[in-house]
Design a protein around this ligand. Structure first.
Ligand code: MTE
Length: 315
């Protein structure tokens, strides 16, 4: 099983042909759009996304000088294994996901454990837009115009108890909605976790929207995490449970391949994945590769949290 899983990642990492084919297709689509021809992307049309009340005053560009990646790239080239392991599977299959109504179980070391409706946890009148870089462990990257709220605002609402040291997140695991669950590619449900100081860092963001609209299903509707100094697999999607713990949780990818995926997963060009280098990345939509920056370029805002830690051991 482990070997099979590794092959999947390797396929993705070595998917140069697939990626080129994707980019060519994208360029053809964009070219067609520029030429005034109708461009039909069935899976996008199948899910009309409502506009969100994102206050433009609270727009923050955390990726100065870089334009957001094309909407089509962000919504058609995804990792969401519950809907299949291919990059186009989530856009094709995630129409089955029912993001409304949505509730989130909150438990562990919190003052107010309960099952909350999403609107009770996230203040939809205080949404912000943040332009974040997004670096996948597979060495590709994009720039995302996310809409959401700081994770800290939700943690304050539920009341963090003094013994809580970690925040654990769990994705929905419903075979009816998620055809990928039929295969034991990962140990479902998908879980991720952050150390409490990471979770309280202002960059840690709970995302409910993209490009001014509600988050598409394939990107993790109705709510997913964005922690831009970490590899993309920390960005757990369609969150149904938030637990505060004293012990460091074991995450899905750690359990799956502990030599390859650590708890911290900070973007680090100096620490190679055992099967490929992390020194460079392909920005989707660009040709060639660019150097990867330490902490994905967010060092000024996050490096202090890891002072004195050996980041090669704590990868
Ligand atoms: N969350 C769940 N539940 N299942 C997944 O397979 N894939 C992760 C992460 N969150 C994944 C997930 C990986 S590997 C990446 S790179 C990002 O989602 C991709 O987010 P995007 O599709 O919005 O770019």
């Amino acid at each position: 099983m482990l070997i099979k899983r590794k092959e999947k990642w390797q396929e993705s990492e070595n998917s140069v042909t697939g990626e080129n084919a994707y980019l060519n297709r994208r360029n053809i689509l964009l070219g067609a759009a520029a030429a005034g021809a109708a461009t039909i992307i069935p899976s996008v049309l199948a899910q009309p996304q409502r506009k969100l009340n994102a206050l433009s005053a609270r727009k923050t560009d955390y990726s100065p000088g870089e334009s957001p990646s094309p909407e089509e790239a962000i919504t058609q080239y995804n990792n969401y294994y519950e809907f299949g392991t291919g990059k186009s599977d989530p856009a094709q299959n995630a129409w089955r996901l029912q993001p409304k109504p949505w509730s989130i179980q909150v438990d562990g070391l919190v003052d107010k454990p309960a099952t909350y409706g999403i609107e009770d946890l996230i203040d939809f009148n205080a949404l912000e837009e943040r332009i974040y870089r997004h670096r996948c462990v597979e060495a590709w990257s994009m720039v995302m115009p996310w809409i959401g709220v700081p994770l800290s605002s939700v943690l304050k609402k539920i009341g963090v108890q003094s013994g809580a040291k970690y925040v654990r997140f769990e994705t929905l695991a419903d075979k009816e909605q998620m055809p990928g669950l039929r295969w034991p590619v990962l140990d479902w449900p998908y879980t991720e976790a952050l150390r409490m100081d990471e979770a309280m860092n202002d960059l840690s963001f709970l995302v409910v929207g993209l490009y001014g609209k509600e988050l598409p299903n394939q990107n993790g509707a109705p709510v997913r995490l964005a922690v831009p100094w970490k590899y993309g697999f920390k960005h757990v999607k369609s969150i149904v449970r938030i637990s505060l713990t004293e012990e460091q949780p074991v995450t899905t990818w750690q359990a799956s391949a502990p030599r390859e995926y650590g708890f911290y997963s900070n973007v680090n060009p100096e620490v190679s994945h055992p099967r490929w280098s992390q020194a460079r990345e392909r920005r989707i939509g660009e040709f060639g590769r660019r150097p990867t920056e330490m902490f994905n370029g967010y060092g000024e805002l996050v490096a202090d949290m890891y002072a004195g830690m050996d980041l090669a051991r704590n990868f």
